[in-house]
Design a protein around this ligand. Sequence first.
Ligand code: TYC
Length: 111
Amino acid sequence: MRMAGTPEGPGNPGNDASVLTKTKSKTQRPPMYKVMLLNDDYTPMEFVVHVLERFFGMTHAQAFDIMLTVHKKGLAVVGVFSFEVAETKVAQVMDFARRHQHPLQCTMEKE
Ligand code: TYC
């Protein structure tokens, strides 16, 4: 309780409802998704390079580098996108590989 004649301050906030509550509105960033290419023993290297150029906008040199990383390490992240874009990329790559009868696998994972 506030003492009469005691100045309002730290430890004596008063009771006159003068304290305002600020609500901090945190802006939420949408979650992002990594799109990954998986290695296999059968898909030709040139096909993978073509996929990376065609669906991920890479130059031939970039595509070749990433293809080699997948070949050596087993997988690589080829891009990070919103859920809808990542889903579309995965579907496009899987469909293109299936139509060419290659077992290439493309997956997505929340970042
Ligand atoms: N390992 C394949 C080969 O030797 C090449 C390859 C690279 C396949 C990347 C898939 O995601 C892949 N022909």
